[in-house]
Ligand binder design. Sequence first.
Ligand code: ADP
Ligand code: MG
Length: 620
Amino acid sequence: MQEEKHGFQAEVSRLLDIVAHSLYSDKTVFLRELISNASDACDRLRYLSLTQPELTASDPNFRVTLSADRAARTLTIADNGIGMNHDDLVENLGTIARSGTSAFVGQMTGDAAKDLALIGQFGVGFYSAFMVAERVEVTSRKAGEDQGWRWISEGKGEFTVAPAEVESRGTRITLHLREGEDEFLDSNQLRRVVTKYSDHIALPILLIENGKEHTINAASALWTRPKSEITEAQYAEFYRHTAHSFDSPWLTLHARVEGKIEYTSLLFVPSAKPLDLFHPDRKHCVRLYVRRVFITESCEEVLPAYLRFLRGIIDSEDLPLNISREMLQHNPILAKIRAGVTKRVLNELQKKADSDPEDYTTFWNNFGAVLKEGLYEDSDQRDPILKLARFRSTAGEGLVSLADYVGRMKPGQDAIYYITGDSTEAVARSPQLEGFAARGVEVLLLTDPVDEFWVPAVGLFEGKAFKSVTRGGADLDRIEAPAGETKKSEPPAAGIDNLIALFRLTLKDAVKDVRLSQRLTDSPVCLVADEGDMDIHLERLLKQHRQIEAGAKRVLEINPAHPLVASLAKRIGDNGHGDEVAEAAWLLLDQARIVEGETLPDPAAFSRRLSDVLRRSMAA
Ligand code: ADP
Ligand code: MG
């Protein structure tokens, strides 16, 4: 087979362009990326060798070596990990395979400063080699295979792959340094960079100097060292390595559990929100180890899905080393670890919420929507998660807890009122809130899709029921109006019963019913879901996702105190105005639909009626 030419995937080319031109402030990070990959490659082979020991029999000691050649101006990073064959090289070093990274590329704007900030958060992995190298050569042989391969690229749209003689398994990455990058030929500089970024790597990193090898890192798994000997910077580097991320952890939890079952967990809550948090294929990225041996990275059994924002490792002393990924399901030891870790994480979050509410807001804004999934997925942890939950509300800008809300409930109020919708701004303008605002009753503004699911599952908080302000009747009369305002809802204007009857007749099947409203003060009408029917926003959500075809019919509520409604009621008595009132009924229904953000079933009819009304008012 001869040399093949390949084009990079378009996204990779864009990435490389940025990498080469608008460089990171700190170029040394390329070394941590390449060492991180080498370490991952060794971890993967170590796992395979549990069931296929022949793969590593000839060379069981995993390591990474660095060597610089001053004359050739090259730096080489080599590992004896799993290696890559032809297809691996084309796939892994020609495309962006990870869902997170491709989501990130999708967000790139072409504005160098903004894109750089994004890269700073997410990293570019292998491609960072082109920050310092004008040419990169990768030679590799996959464990268990005989044929070696050489990948070469100048990072400008193309790379080549050709067969090569490769003596032993693993990968060698040779960087032909750009002009001005000679610092990476200097042993002392390499030492400094490795100490800074890669000291936590559990395998030896060897520097070859004048033919001699020196181990230049601590070469012990970071989580096995005593907490007191680990610096914050080391924790942060370890986080970046396991999370494939560039930010700093918002919270670091390092704990050793001893007793019937023993394990160490070193977990991190990121400070930035990964772009693929809601990606359906996304597995959480806590790595499972058994007695320091890496087992798997994507293991739903290790942690519940609602903690999928966590990064880090769990290292068990009790699981069998030869555990297969299939055996992890329904494993009782793992179930205990999972329960223990979940409890600890929720506890620590509660401590943060108590001790630094403002900082906790950062966490909640990033990951609250994910954590809330636990409210219906894990009934055991429902109470702790309800305590951790924060909400926007009509009470003001900040976030409130349910305890805050209940503490502020009005005399006579026996429910926790909420409204669901797509955005805080949109729901805050809903007419259904008017009556609540007039009485000073706080309403929670729920705008995460998950809110539609946990609220019905939870039902109560401290004995108080959750109640949607867009569904069922609003018995606001029982709640005391603020002092000074003795505004009980006024007796309906004369003729209002007739008006309702005429509206019902006119609108017939377009609505479920027409009723007087207690929840409106300023608007003439609004739509609500009948008690027992699906709430309006949920129904729209399900329609969008094609989960349901047609929705339930709505109740049109009308505000007897509104001048328009009052004059319509009055007109009904006068002869000859029946048609006008009927037109008004349709217009008001369409108006309520528009306010709800719904599309009109017959926009042409709406526009004809509106023009008629306008024409008449001009003629008057
Ligand atoms: P990430 O490490 O986040 O997956 P990278 O861009 O750093 O992304 O690496 C891309 C992929 O290339 C890796 O997932 C891995 O499959 C492969 N790879 C990179 N370096 C090596 C290596 N030294 N040995 C084996 N595979 C590697
Ligand atoms: Mg990597």
